[in-house]
Design a protein. Structure first.
Length: 576
């Protein structure tokens, strides 16, 4: 301590001994960060004639740092090792401290001597140090279900004052009183006095969590009233749990039929997901060490109970029954069946199926009871007969078997007609028979041929110049048929009563036009009658009026004549 400091202390001691009053004013607080330069102000009442102003602090003992003799204006810095070269007292009595460290967090006093009154102005310095980045280390990649295990350790260095660490799981704050959580926080100081804070988290995981995330948050002060925080990276942790259940899935689940591809998939509810399974059918090993059993193009022999079990624990297993549905459908007779006209046939359907089966025998849209028997076949019986089966367990699936019946026989002319055209006549010959017969005419003309299943239609168009007989002859390998038709010359009218004459049937449009014309004629007649009636009425009225005048004149003359005649009558005479 220099001589000035000694004099100051001596002066203070003397003042105390003499009963001088010491006034301690309310202090202030100055905030600083490590490395800052701060200035501590000292309120001096110059009008009160101060004599000495100085600064001191407690460093084990009361140490004077600097002072000014107001009367002489001499400033003296006391050589205190801890503040050597770091403090300066200015002429306005403030104290500047550079390169602040956490050791500077203490109370500084500015004392002012006014006569015998020593006034103290305390200034408290608070020092803060922002911590380094937060580190989340020793993290686990997975946790085992039901065990309290360490998740990780969160570390933060270089904080002052001491920082606090909290944890979040899935972005939610972890409560320290949670029985599934254990948090251990340790604090220490480094060589500079800064705090090192470690927080270790342990967690008791549950199987339904599957995957969870953790992170730690460091809370620290930037000033006495300002808090801040730093957040660590996020650690993602899988939850491992044992398999407790095995599931066997069959695809497709239902309506499996012969020829389908069937996949059996085995899975477990554990994590990591089990991948090694054993597959059996009716107790017999099919495959092992896989998650799937694929059955390509199944048949009825693949029906049975399928089981999968876990390789590591055969007691964990699941089983499914698989039914491969099938229908063996037959139609008898089958294929192409040729029968002669008049022969008989019996068509029958039979089915062997894996489930409930319904069978229908059809020809086009017509259904038959079966066995279906025809005692005397006709050409119309020809066609394709279909047996159709449906299994109740396979909705929408239909199985079909067909038979084609071909009835053969000599031709038969089923229709021979004539029709009058504008300038010609048309003869139609419809023939039933199979093999399809050839058709010949005894006259020449234009021929149009139409063919149906078992019917051939020839239309012959020609101009008959005289009355004649037209013949249609049909022939195949079984025989022939012939029919004649009388046709009149073009200059003669056909007999309307001829049953072989095709009548013209007017279409609806012609009928409508004819009806409209008839309606117009009727309306015209009615209008004409009304007009005629009006004219007749007017003429009658006019004539009657003229006649009325003439009658009036005649009557007067007749009366006069009668009176004259009466005067000329002699007694007894009779007027006739």
């Amino acid at each position: 301590m220099g001589s000035f400091g000694a004099r100051i202390l001596c002066c203070q001691s003397l003042i105390l001994m003499l009963g001088t009053v010491i006034q301690a004013l309310e202090g202030v607080t100055v905030t600083a960060h490590v490395g800052d330069t701060i200035t501590l102000d000292c309120p001096v009442r110059l009008h009160a004639n101060p004599t000495v102003v100085g600064w001191n602090t407690e460093i084990g003992k009361l140490e004077t740092l600097a002072g000014i003799n107001v009367l002489t204006g001499i400033t003296t810095n006391v050589n205190v090792t801890e503040y050597e070269g770091r403090i300066v007292m200015s002429k306005n009595y403030s104290l500047t401290i550079s390169d602040i460290s956490i050791k500077d967090e203490r109370k500084f006093n500015c004392f002012v001597l006014y006569g015998i009154v020593l006034e103290e102005n305390p200034v408290t310095v608070r020092v803060f140090k922002i911590p380094s980045a937060v580190h989340l280390t020793q993290t686990m990649s997975f946790l085992n279900e039901g065990k309290m295990q360490q998740v990780g350790t969160c570390t933060v260095n270089g904080s002052f004052p001491q920082a606090n660490i909290t944890w979040q799981m899935n972005n939610e704050n972890i409560k320290i009183d949670d029985p599934a959580v254990a948090i251990d926080q340790q604090n220490a100081n480094d060589q500079n006095g800064y705090f090192i804070t470690d927080s270790t988290l342990k967690y008791l995981s549950k199987r339904d969590e599957q995957e969870i995330s953790f992170k730690c948050i460091v809370h620290y002060f930037e000033s006495p009233t300002k808090k801040a925080k730093k957040v660590s990276k996020t650690a993602h942790v899988k939850i491992h749990y044992n398999t407790s259940k095995i599931m066997l899935k069959v695809s497709p689940e239902k309506a499996i039929r012969e020829g389908d591809k069937v996949t059996l998939s085995c899975s477990g509810d554990g994590y990591p997901v089990p991948e090694l399974f054993t597959f059996k059918k009716n107790g017999e090993l099919q495959t092992s060490g896989k998650t799937e059993l694929i059955l390509n193009s199944v048949n009825r022999n693949d029906t049975g109970e399928y089981e999968c079990s876990m390789n590591s624990d055969p007691s964990l297993k699941d089983a499914k029954n698989i039914t491969v549905h099938y229908v063996d459908l037959t139609i008898s007779p089958s294929g192409l069946i040729k029968k002669k006209l008049g022969e008989n046939i019996t068509v029958n359907c039979k089915a062997d199926a894996s489930g409930t089966v319904s069978i229908v025998l059809k020809k086009k849209d017509i259904e038959f009871l079966f066995p279906y028997t025809v005692d005397s076949l006709e050409f119309k019986n020809s066609g394709i007969y279909t047996c159709q089966a449906k299994i109740g367990e396979l909705p929408g699936v239909k199985i079909k078997q067909t038979m084609e019946l071909q009835v053969e026989g000599e031709p038969h002319i089923i229709r021979l007609t004539k029709k009058v055209l504008d300038d010609s006549k048309q003869i139609t010959c419809a023939v039933e028979g199979f093999p399809r017969p050839s058709i010949k005419w005894n006259v020449n003309g234009t021929i149009q041929v139409d063919k149906a299943k078992n019917i051939t239609v020839h239309k012959l168009t020609f101009k008959p110049l005289e009355n004649m007989t037209v013949s249609c002859t049909a022939q195949n390998s079984y025989g022939q048929d012939e029919k004649d038709l009388n046709v009149t010359s073009m200059k003669y009218k056909e007999d309307d009563n001829d049953k072989n004459l095709e009548k013209e049937i007017p279409d609806n449009k012609d009928k409508a036009e004819k009806s409209n014309k008839q309606a117009m004629v009727i309306v015209g007649v009615i209008v004409g009658l009304v007009i005629a009636a009006v004219i007749t009425g007017v003429a009658y009225w006019f004539c009657k009026k003229r006649a009325s005048k003439t009658n009036e004149s005649g009557t007067a003359e007749e009366i006069k004549k009668i009176h004259t005649d009466d005067n000329n009558h002699t007694p007894g005479a009779v007027a006739i």
